[in-house]
Design a protein around this ligand. Structure first.
Ligand code: EPZ
Length: 422
């Protein structure tokens, strides 16, 4: 059976500009939030990635319709009267759990397949359940499905997240916006995608304040007062950071356009510490480097800390730096698989529990490699452009989940790269 692979060949440099698309980790939740609009919402700047296709199928499985017009999705949930998500969809994409909150908000109950783990970790949802139980939701684990109900109705509550979980914050937001009274989420996730979701919910008639801060206040409004809306997805800071890491590695100057630099403050600080020049405007970032890469320790933390979704890309930079930096992964328990693949290309990385000790090397050799996960795969492609010779990257479905036209954008920057069937 034929397989699509990427062939990345040694490339002199990556220079020029690339426009950043809409954020995968926002758009997925915006599609789910449209359930609360009870009509046809229009979402702009939605990336063409397979995770969005799966979320669209989830909406269709609930009785809604999703129509793509270029970068725009029309999500009509008028007839989304179903409240069950099928295992075969959830097993393909964990983020389907993001329909739990809006289904509870709209119908008061839901039956969603329990999401399994994935390559990077167990991906538990105990925090989702804890905060939803605080507003009156009851859960029964029913043969791999989670049945959520609210027999005594829902009530407002002040909840405290043990960990600022992005998904738990989002599900709590989308369930509590129609619960009478005032609910508060303490220790909420602060990612820009949370702000984007809150903005869309407010555009539908909700009353959410404080998104982006650790304390979010939700004033419940009647479900029937909510209406569809038109919203533009925020730009993808992780796609932007991925291209910036590529420019930092190869030298640049490389510009990412359509991104708010404040979304990447920690990553930009690390690029500067590693010897890069970083210039910003209100909606673009340019990286260039003439000096050798300097080693810098990195530890991943919830936003505004260093993003775990850029860990593999910056691990590659560290692998080519002149020293022995240490990378600490505090968010997921198994997110160094990329390092094992990179070692096959000549890097010298030792993984000990949630630390990666990176002994910088002067060069990498092209090799056949396999994408271990979404962000590790994207980083391996960049490694192939810096390595001597040719690198064949397999298991591209990981990359297709979260990068829209990745090869095309790299080609526009001068990459010697192609995607083909073998
Ligand atoms: C979102 O995942 C993103 N995915 C992830 O991006 C991102 O890495 C993560 O947030 C952190 O920023 C989407 O938005 C679709 P969490 P999410 O809940 O919501 C543990 C990518 O590459 N946890 O903040 O699942 C969990 O196991 C992906 O684009 C619990 O223990 O992240 C993990 O270790 C990867 N119990 C940590 O918290 C819970 O109830 C972070 O999870 C929930 C989470």
């Amino acid at each position: 059976m034929s397989e699509e692979i990427i062939i990345a060949r040694e490339t002199e440099n990556l220079t020029g500009s690339v426009r950043i698309g809409g954020a995968k980790n926002s758009a997925l939740k915006l599609v789910a939030a449209a359930i609360l609009g009870q009509g046809a919402s229009t979402l702009h700047n939605v990336p063409r990635i397979s995770d969005i296709d799966i979320m669209a199928d989830v909406i269709r499985s609930l009785g809604g319709t999703v129509e793509r017009q270029g970068e725009t999705l029309i999500v009509d949930t008028t007839n989304a009267t179903g409240y069950e998500t099928p295992y075969e969809l959830v097993s393909k994409m964990r983020a389907s759990i993001s329909v739990l909150g809006p289904l509870i908000g709209r119908f008061g109950h839901a039956r969603v397949a329990m999401p399994g783990g994935c390559n990077i970790g167990a991906r538990k949802i105990d925090l989702h359940l804890k905060v939803l139980q605080s507003i009156g939701v009851q859960f029964v684990n029913d043969h791999g499905y989670l049945y959520a109900s609210s027999p005594n109705g829902l009530h407002s509550a002040e909840v405290y997240l043990d960990f600022p979980s992005v998904g738990a914050t989002e599900n709590m937001l989308m369930a509590s916006v129609v619960v009478e009274g005032t609910s508060v989420i303490d220790n909420a996730a602060r990612e820009p995608e949370i702000v984007d979701l809150a903005n869309m919910l407010n555009a539908m008639g909700c009353k959410v304040e404080g998104a982006g801060s650790p304390t979010i206040t939700i004033t419940g409004v009647p479900l029937e007062s909510l209406h569809p809306c038109e919203h533009t997805t925020v730009a993808d800071r992780i796609e932007a950071g991925t291209f910036l890491a590529a420019g930092a590695l190869m030298g640049g100057p490389l510009t990412v356009e359509g991104i708010d630099p404040s979304f990447l403050r920690m990553a930009l600080m690390k690029l500067t510490d590693m010897g890069c020049s970083v210039e910003t405007t209100e909606d673009s970032i340019t990286v260039s480097r003439t000096e050798p890469l300097r080693p810098v320790d990195i530890q991943t933390l919830p936003h505004p800390g260093f993003p775990t979704d850029l860990q593999a890309q910056f691990c590659l930079l560290c692998a080519m730096a002149d020293g022995t930096p240490v990378i600490t992964e505090n968010i997921f328990e198994n997110r160094f698989m990329f390092a094992y693949e990179l070692n096959r290309m000549g890097s010298d990385i030792t993984v000990e529990d949630h630390h990666a000790i990176v002994h910088g090397v002067k060069s990498l050799q092209g090799a056949p490699v396999s994408c271990p996960d979404l962000r590790g795969g994207a980083a391996l492609v960049i490694a192939g452009l810096a390595a001597e010779g040719e690198t064949r990257i397999h298991d591209l479905h990981h990359i297709d989940r979260g990068y829209d036209n990745y090869v095309g954008k790299l080609q526009s920057l001068g990459a010697n790269i192609e995607r083909l069937s073998i």
